[in-house]
Design a protein. Structure first.
Length: 362
């Protein structure tokens, strides 16, 4: 597959998303066996650019060891340059997949300033950081405008990666949206951190409009868990509202398009509590996997929640009769631990456990 032009690959798999997701799975299967920079380039980096439609065997298009002399220092080379009419559009600097990227951006920074390239990519074959010169012309920004984790792909990341396909590449268009992308990404990172662990300053900011008393350390400590729960509940309500709206739209469309068929009475009755529990768990996992990958399946003996509608990938099971409400969470061996809960609100206590389960399937 990885020797085909991207157009043929898309023809085979129908959608670019499918191609990239399959390649992401390949990365996960290979990364622990790759130990050098050279094998990272050959096994992870070059195949990705091949999937993006570049002729990686044509040095006039995908040039290895591109000369990027820095000042009086001659013979400096960047790992790859993507060329158009003999001029570099993108510089690509690679490191081993076993290395962290934080300490290597200065090298790409030097190369960037010596070439007309508009974009620089720093990668270890798993993480791809995209840079440009938003703050000062021909001087690479210290902060990337986009970061893509190929081992934990999101649909939004795939959409951004698609812009770097050879057939789609428009450097002016990408540059014009890079600033918003850069700062929106940083804002999301800040909000994610506050969602997980609100800082003292954030709690003070929230209290400014709702609490008139003195905001001393004791008050901050008192309200920190309250703010965290409220933030979590707010996000979950938004997610659940959107899910409910989408399901309602789908139901309305089905009602309009399908004639009424009388079905025999089923012994399985899905209760409101079960649906509510499903929405809660979807909300808890929304930042980890796409919500559409979390589905429910009701049976006569339990209400099951599955990853990608796969019986072999249970996230949890629930028994929600009036007297004994139970949450059953599978361990690594698919053995279920039975947990008694008093109400559906108790599900929030097991967010981290449920995340652990889902991550085993990713």
């Amino acid at each position: 597959m990885y020797g085909l032009p991207v157009t043929q690959c898309i023809g085979k798999f129908k959608e670019f998303n499918d191609v990239i997701k399959q390649f992401s799975e390949r990365i996960l299967s290979l990364k622990d066996t790759i130990t050098t920079e050279e094998s990272t380039k050959m096994s992870l980096v070059v195949p990705l650019f091949q999937l993006l439609g570049y002729d990686v065997f044509n040095p006039n298009e995908f040039c290895p060891e591109y000369i990027a002399d820095v000042g009086i220092k001659k013979g400096e080379k960047v790992d790859y340059a993507i060329l158009e009419n003999g001029q570099p559009n993108i510089l690509v600097e690679c490191k081993s997949c076993s290395e962290q990227l934080d300490k290597h951006s200065s090298q790409l920074f030097r190369y960037f300033g010596t070439s007309p390239a508009k974009f620089g990519i720093l990668t270890n074959g798993i993480i791809y950081r995209f840079y440009t010169d938003l703050e000062e012309s021909n001087k690479m920004d210290l902060v990337p405008f986009l970061e893509i984790d190929m081992a934990n792909l999101k649909d939004s990341s795939i959409n951004e990666l698609k812009k770097f396909c050879k057939d789609n590449f428009d450097k002016d268009k990408i540059f014009s949206t890079a600033e918003e992308l850069k700062y929106s990404s940083q804002i999301k990172n800040i909000l994610t951190k506050q969602f997980e662990s609100p800082t003292e300053d954030f709690v003070r900011f929230i209290l400014a409009d709702i609490y008139d008393g003195q905001k001393n350390q004791r008050i901050i400590e008192k309200f920190t868990p309250v703010v965290k729960r409220a933030f979590s509940s707010f996000v979950n309500e938004i997610v659940n509202s959107k899910i409910s709206s989408a399901l309602a739209d789908d139901y309305d469309k089905d009602e309009e398009s399908e004639p009424e068929i009388k079905e025999p009475a089923s012994k399985i009755v899905t209760t409101e509590d079960e649906i509510e529990s499903f929405y809660i768990i979807r909300g808890l996992l929304a930042g980890i996997v796409p919500v559409e990958d979390i589905v429910h399946r009701d049976t006569e003996s339990y209400f099951g929640i599955l990853y990608k509608d796969n019986n072999r990938k249970p996230i949890c099971r629930l028994n929600l009769d009036a007297r004994n409400k139970q949450l059953l969470i599978p361990d690594a061996n698919k053995k279920f631990e039975r947990i008694y809960i008093d109400s559906l609100n108790d599900l929030y206590k097991y967010k981290n456990r449920l995340i652990e389960v889902v991550k085993r399937y990713m």
